[in-house]
Ligand binder design. Sequence first.
Ligand code: BES
Ligand code: MN
Ligand code: MN
Length: 462
Amino acid sequence: MSDDIAPVLDHIDTGLDTSLERLFELVRIESISTDPDYAAGCRQAAEWIKKTLDGLGFESSVRDTPGHPVVVAHYNPPNRDNALHVLFYGHYDVQPVDPLELWDSPPFEPRLVDVGGTKHIVARGACDDKGQLMTFVEACRAHLDIHESLPVRVTMVLEGEEECGSINLDPFLEANRDELSADVALICDTGMWDAKTPAITTMLRGLLGIEVIVTGPSLDLHSGIFGGAARNPIRVLNRMLSDLHDDDGRVQIPGFYDGVEELPAAVREQWDNLDFTESAFLGDVGLGVPAGEAGRSVLEQVWSRPTCEVNGIIGGYTGDGTKTVIPSRATAKISCRLVGKQDPIAIRDAFKQFIRDRLPADCKVEFIDHGAGAAIQIDVTTPYLSKAAAALKQEFDRDAVLMGCGGSIPVVESFRRILGIDSLLIGFGLNDDRVHSPNEKYNLSSFHHGIRSWARVLDALR
Ligand code: BES
Ligand code: MN
Ligand code: MN
């Protein structure tokens, strides 16, 4: 730890309220990326970030894409031509807020709520990812306020389409490869081990999305006149979906497990030694019995085993009361979390074949492809990782846990493939933050420790 860091940390502590006010400003902007009605909110969030970073002395720009803009910002420490160059990534877009009626307060009116002595910042995006990206921005601010410089060279890429698949990001990275080149990427979009224990995420599951549309009769039919004789696409779809898993929770698509590897013994041992209670993890969300592959621990089920899930089903009459109808079509939205060396494209093809093999007479099936990204394994032997882990240990007085993550952050793979750089995933979210759900929150202590942690990590990487 250099002598430079103590005054920076003090400055963060005394300025926490103003840091929070700035986060609130960003959170008030309604930047829901997946809904075209909020395009103006996405641009406004990008403009707010540009203005904020310019105010810190970054050179920043809001860059148009075919979708929502990307903010790019650069800071070169004066007289330090050989400084390490980090690329920071975050996303300013958020998930939709529905169901709105389940929120205790309006989603875009951030509030600080005291829950049994713990302060929560409550709003859509409080954690994912506005609160998290602001931990890095505020850490830069503190260094600049105290030292009029940063310990490293910083480029930031803050995108607005993460929550809808980042379809325009790869072309953007390709078109701006030289401008975005750096030594290592830093990403703040993951979680801690628990409220007191920091973590570096070293495994991320991949994600594959497909929509299946089964059509039977050419129009919705009276179920009295045609029922019994007409093929019902909801029943057809249901049967296909129920074939996806056996009674032990194993996915039945041929070849699905190709490339799935057993955990290396050392990793298994590390995970076995983590203080993790399956019943508490499930109990927090109203469940009690692990529903994944039989014979696997819950941590394996969510970190190192693949899934094939039905995220939504649409079909037939869903309004009030009854309507006696045989629908013309039924749709399911499916996503698979992938691990190891599973090939997303091969699995997509195998999934489609699995469905087609079960298509009865008089039915048609169509597919809509959504994103496809493979799983990620971070190199745990880099000096960047050990320096960051040491900095986190100083902040929390506990070793950082190297953990897996059931979620997906496709940009990690893009950074490696397009820019040739590895990522360091450090985040301060907690499992009970209700990300993507009503009443999303970020602990004030996550925000505060997050800012202090990034200040230390930047100092440690210098
Ligand atoms: N920040 C999350 C990823 C995440 C989730 C990290 C849980 C740690 C714990 C990210 O914003 C996200 O939600 N990713 C999506 C993928 C995207 C393509 C919609 C996901 O994992 O579902
Ligand atoms: Mn996120
Ligand atoms: Mn998210």
